[in-house]
Design a protein around this ligand. Structure first.
Ligand SMILES: CC(C)(COP(=O)(O)OP(=O)(O)OC[C@H]1O[C@@H](n2cnc3c(N)ncnc32)[C@H](O)[C@@H]1OP(=O)(O)O)[C@@H](O)C(=O)NCCC(=O)NCCS
Length: 152
């Protein structure tokens, strides 16, 4: 039997970072004033920009970069393995794809973010599934996520 403990390991942290335990956070970089709620996993090489908040139960996998002043709601799931070979890549990182989230991006609870780029100043609705790059600021929702309106 092999039991591995969760923990906070090899994390590069800026000033005044808050992490609520239990969380499983390793090998990533968290900027100044980042807040990470409980039951969050953040994998290695992820970068989270200054003042971004990650709410409870979210999963941020390898190859994800998140900008500054973002809000990642509860239970937001990021994806790097799209099952492009007909199932999980089973550790073959050449099959993984990256995600780039700009700054001032708010992602509603329970959204799923496939490997895409999202520009600055975007709101993603609760439960959305984002499958394509978002290149214009605005509010997007649904599965697949579509533009619903520009900011007020
Ligand atoms: C996407 C969102 C920002 C839109 O808010 P809004 O601009 O006030 O939108 P409205 O409520 O006026 O709805 C506009 C349309 O979008 C639809 N819509 C709104 N939110 C939606 C969502 N999450 N998924 C799918 N459709 C949605 C509405 O049904 C409505 O459709 P209609 O025009 O056909 O009737 C908001 O609904 C949302 O999901 N916020 C996320 C909040 C959240 O998760 N917070 C986390 C912290 S608790």
């Amino acid at each position: 039997m092999s039991i591995r403990q969760i923990g906070i390991l090899n994390v590069s942290m800026g000033r005044d970072v808050t992490v609520v335990e239990p969380s499983n956070i390793y090998g990533c970089t968290l900027g100044d004033d980042v807040f990470i709620g409980p039951f969050v996993e953040i994998q290695k090489d992820v970068r989270v920009g200054k003042r971004t908040r990650v709410q409870s139960h979210s999963f941020i996998c390898e190859l994800v970069t998140i900008g500054e002043d973002c809000f990642i709601g509860h239970g937001v799931m990021f994806v790097n393995d799209t099952f492009s070979i007909g199932g999980p890549a089973r550790g073959d990182r050449t099959q993984w794809r990256s995600t780039m989230i700009g700054s001032n991006v708010s992602i509603g609870s329970n959204a799923t973010i496939m490997p895409v780029s999202i520009c600055d100043n975007v709101v993603i609705g609760a439960g959305a599934v984002v499958v394509k790059d978002i290149v214009e600021p605005g509010v997007y929702a649904g599965n697949p996520a579509k533009f619903i309106r520009s900011h007020a």
